[in-house]
Ligand binder design. Structure first.
Ligand code: SF4
Ligand code: SF4
Length: 391
């Protein structure tokens, strides 16, 4: 079953037992829903939120800004989907929350801060959620001597292109060193921030623009270092009816393939203890847990240690679902908790494979003087040396 129509999610929302399992880790030793942990009020758990949504659908409750604010106080981390015992139904928990947000937008109750996302993205001078002048990436193409047409397109994503340029540049350098035939396009926002916050009116236009750009580049493969873009291109674009023939990869897919084929060999050490933070959009949303870990483990000198809540149970960085812009203080509190958990591993480095996680973990690291090195896996590969062979 898929939630294709508005009626679909309205028809299943009542199936929640309100048992409350979705709030905790598998062993009940800790909370796993950042929203419930913060607000400690049933309505801020998934079960409570679904009951609230049911009340709105049935007409027993009326929309108000306070009601909408509860629906927006969720990072869409997907932890509830893992911990809800109601199989099949649990696949749709975040979809239901996002669908309710779309209703909030229609009713005029999208919170003001989240509205800034759509205003910036729909501004043709920007086309990104950061309010920056749109980059058509022609300067980068010249700098890295990239062709107009290529087998691969590196879809940079707005966070890497406008806020985490070191991560972007590390990806560009890796692809060049790996002798990948790739190029860049005049990409516009993948639409993750507006899909997550229910502001979906122009999503199809943005998808069409990006698909046209990729097709014009003649690419059969698209690669990104952003977990959010990866999920959106591979899952959400299809949900919005996109029709494309190219394959979507996260950078970790390519690195792992090169390692497996014996074409990539690390030749210098990274003598640090590292803990890996699973991005929600790569882990729970796309089921990729082991590939990044297998790469870290092959880097000479690197000691990989696990946080208590890892893989399906990983605690969210707190940035997603419009929480970073809507609730900035709470957002870094969520990241602080992740860093405290990382501290218990003895690691000096916390690493991930997502620019948005990197941003929020770095913000919490600075704000709370947590003394970590926060670095993306692709940035580690930019520091160490490696050899590429085409044999
Ligand atoms: S979402 Fe699932 S785990 Fe949570 S209260 Fe409803 S049925 Fe129970
Ligand atoms: S997606 Fe995450 S924050 Fe939202 S209700 Fe589920 S567990 Fe809580």
């Amino acid at each position: 079953m898929t939630l294709k129509t508005e009626q679909d999610w309205k028809d299943i929302v009542h199936r929640c037992f309100r048992c409350g399992y979705c709030k905790f880790t598998y062993d009940y030793s800790d909370f796993n829903c950042p929203s419930y942990k913060k607000f400690r009020f049933e309505t801020y758990s998934t079960g409570g939120r679904l009951w609230l949504i049911y009340g709105l659908i049935s007409g027993e409750l009326s929309w108000s800004q306070n009601v909408a604010n509860v629906i927006y106080a969720c990072s869409t981390c997907g932890n509830c989907m893992e911990n809800c015992r109601f199989e099949k139904f649990n696949d749709f928990l975040v979809d239901i929350i996002e669908a309710a947000r779309a209703e909030a937008v229609i009713k005029g109750f999208c919170p003001e801060k989240q509205k800034a996302l759509i205003e910036r993205i729909e501004n043709p001078e920007m086309s990104n959620p950061y309010g920056e002048q749109n980059s058509d990436n022609e300067d980068l193409k010249k700098l890295y001597d990239l062709p107009d047409k290529a087998e691969w397109v590196y879809f940079i994503g707005c966070t890497s292109n406008y806020r985490q340029k070191n991560l972007r540049d590390a990806t560009l350098k890796f692809l060049k060193k790996a002798k990948i035939d790739f190029t860049l396009v005049d990409e516009h926002c993948c639409c993750s921030p507006v899909i997550r916050t229910g502001q979906i009116n122009s999503v199809k236009n943005f998808i069409n623009h990006n698909i046209t750009q990729i097709n014009n580049a003649g690419a059969s493969k698209v690669i990104t270092s952003c977990a959010g873009c990866y999920r959106t291109l591979k899952k959400d674009w299809l949900k919005y009816g996109a029709d494309y023939d190219f394959q979507i990869y996260h950078t970790v897919d390519l690195i792992k393939k090169l390692l497996d084929d014996g074409k990539l060999k690390f030749t210098s050490d990274y003598n640090k203890t590292v803990t890996y933070h699973d991005p929600c959009h790569l882990g729970r949303h796309m089921g990729i847990y082991e590939i990044p870990r297998e790469i870290y483990k092959q880097i000479p000198g690197l000691k990989l240690v696990e946080m208590k809540r890892n893989r399906e149970n990983a605690w969210c960085c707190g940035a997603g679902g419009g929480v970073k812009i809507g609730y900035p203080e709470w957002s870094v509190e969520i990241s602080k908790e992740r860093l405290e958990e990382a501290k218990m591993t003895g690691a000096s480095v916390i690493s991930s494979v997502c620019p948005f996680c990197r941003t929020n973990l770095s913000d919490a690291n600075s704000k709370f003087n947590m003394d970590f090195e926060v670095i993306d896996l692709i940035e580690i590969l930019d520091i160490i040396e490696f050899e590429i062979s085409n044999n």
